[in-house]
Write a new protein. Structure first.
Length: 276
């Protein structure tokens, strides 16, 4: 499926159904397929999964599109509005969790619950060695950024700490899919460089958002990988304590990308949380 938004065309999947609505938000250099396994396990819920313009999208954005972090967060809010989704549970991991925090800080009127899985928070932006490498690569021209991305065709490179090696234990096949648009589409490389440069120009954005999070009065599940080496587990505990209705669940045997490393456990947590 596709929807035309102010920034351009956004692809998404929607299982339909009358159950509670859960919208899943991926991170940088990822697409909606990140959520395939937990989505398949969450029958009975309406599961909506957009692919946002974060580097693995297949439709370029308009030249004047705002691809800063707040701009992409507003695009997510516009997506909820265009599909007329209400009483939504928003679930995000990695950069997706950062985008959701920005929405929470602005009130998020269509959102009734939130799941923040291991994600950028506080001063961990860019997150870890992976994030710092990406932000540095974003200083390159789109053409040179494409040469950087070409190295990710090799599994040995994808598994390095500067790439996806500390983000997932078991998800290399997914990461190999995600980089294909970067390898083949100059317009997607252009968008990605714009995203990275705008993000690098606002390093304190999540610190500022955190100051407003205590005003978010709806239930929030903070699901964090206990072995996370990119998103500090202490940040998960801090987020849960900061939010008036926050609760913490730590997940064993996983790196940052819980939907890839522990999809069944992640789906169980989401199901129990949406059931209230």
């Amino acid at each position: 499926m596709q929807v035309e938004l102010s920034a351009g065309t956004v692809e998404y999947t929607d299982t339909g159904g009358a159950g509670p609505v859960v919208v899943f938000v991926h991170g940088l250099l990822m697409d909606g397929s990140l959520w395939d396994a937990p989505v398949a396990a969450l029958d009975g819920l309406r599961r909506v999964v957009p692919t946002l313009p974060l580097g693995a999208h297949r439709h370029p954005m308009r030249a004047d599109a705002d691809l800063s972090m707040p701009g992409v967060a507003r695009l997510l809010a516009e997506f909820l509005e265009r599909l007329d989704l209400r009483e939504v549970t928003l679930a995000g991991v990695d950069t997706g969790g950062a985008l959701i925090q920005l929405l929470m800080a602005d009130g998020a009127p269509r959102v009734s619950r939130v799941v923040l899985a291991s994600c950028d928070a506080f001063d961990n932006f860019p997150p870890g060695l992976t994030g710092r490498t990406l932000f540095l690569a974003g200083k390159l021209s789109p053409r040179l950024f494409g040469l950087f991305a070409q190295q990710l065709r090799l599994r040995a490179v994808r598994r390095l700490p500067i790439a996806f090696g500390r983000l997932t234990k078991r998800g290399d096949a997914a990461t190999a899919r995600w980089i294909r648009p970067l390898l083949t589409r100059a317009d997607v490389r252009r968008d990605t460089v714009r995203v990275l440069r705008a993000a690098a120009a606002a390093p304190g954005i999540l610190v500022e958002a955190a100051e407003r999070l205590p005003a978010f009065d709806r239930p929030v599940l903070v699901a964090w990988a206990a072995e996370d080496r990119v998103m500090p587990p202490e940040h998960g505990r801090r987020l849960a304590a900061l939010l008036p209705k926050g609760e913490l669940a730590e997940v064993a045997d996983s790196y940052t990308l819980l939907p890839l490393d522990q999809p069944a456990e992640f789906a169980r947590l989401v199901r129990e949380f949406t059931a209230g």
